[in-house]
Design a protein around this ligand. Structure first.
Ligand SMILES: [Zn+2]
Length: 240
């Protein structure tokens, strides 16, 4: 979960607040008011705190792209723009992990660099499992995310980065960027620091699921067309 705050206008927006007590405590400490919740998808480890947080803060707006999201008040659609205070959020429908998965892209003056909350669609060095979609769906969804500015900071839903980079290296052993990122993550985790965020520009240099057109990956998967490469990469990952 994440908490996005506007300290000037004194409010916060919670992203997948699975532990509402922690979020509310932080907001109270910083003297900020919770203005909205944005939910990436309906899975319990993302939306499971929505009911409790809506009880802790009355009349709370909870956004999401799937009717199955707990305590949902506002269902959003692809490319819808949310304006919360001065924060402008673009909702990106990225189905595959779940059919109603949404990523939230923010690029506005209040924030120094563009950011994207990618839930379980794009991870550092990987992507989510295809629970409710096909390889083609993931390809389309990742294409939407790849088209964001290269400086976009990626805030994903889980700390799977180290294992993802191990996998990336098993697919492209000669990829120096992957090796460097692996070492960087190892160092961060050793110091109990999160590996998140990364930048989209770096992801494109080592995340195999964003590199379907690379010769080494096509040779490794023995496939050429992007949908087949995507499916093969996922299968290899599921058995990794
Ligand atoms: Zn999930």
């Amino acid at each position: 979960m994440y908490l996005l705050t506007d300290k000037f206008l004194k409010f916060g927006i919670a992203v997948d607040p699975v532990e509402p007590e922690k979020i509310m405590k932080t907001l109270a400490m910083e003297e900020l008011e919770l203005r909205a919740v944005i939910t990436t998808h309906h899975h319990y480890d993302h939306a499971g705190g929505n009911k409790l947080i809506s009880e802790m803060k009355k009349n709370l707006t909870i956004y999401g792209g799937d009717e199955r999201i707990e305590a949902l008040t506002n269902k959003i659609s692809h490319n819808e723009i949310l304006k919360i205070g001065d924060i402008v959020i673009r909702c990106l429908h990225t189905p595959c992990h779940t059919s109603g998965h949404v990523c939230y892209f923010i690029d506005c003056e209040t924030i120094p660099e563009p950011i994207c909350f990618t839930g379980d669609t794009l991870f550092i060095g990987g992507c989510g499992r295809f629970f409710e979609g096909s390889a083609n769906d993931m390809l389309q969804s990742l294409n939407i995310l790849s088209a964001l500015p290269l400086s976009t900071k990626i805030y994903c839903g889980h700390e799977y980065s180290l294992n993802n980079l191990k996998y990336a290296l098993s697919i492209e052993p000669d990829n120096e960027e992957a090796l460097n990122k692996f070492k960087e993550i190892q160092e961060k985790l050793k110091k109990s620091e999160p590996s998140v965020p990364s930048k989209l520009g770096e992801e494109l240099s080592y995340n195999p699921f964003l590199r379907l057109d690379k010769k080494a990956i096509q040779l490794r998967t023995n496939k050429v067309d992007p949908v087949s490469v995507m499916a093969a990469l996922r299968e290899l990952k599921d058995n990794f």
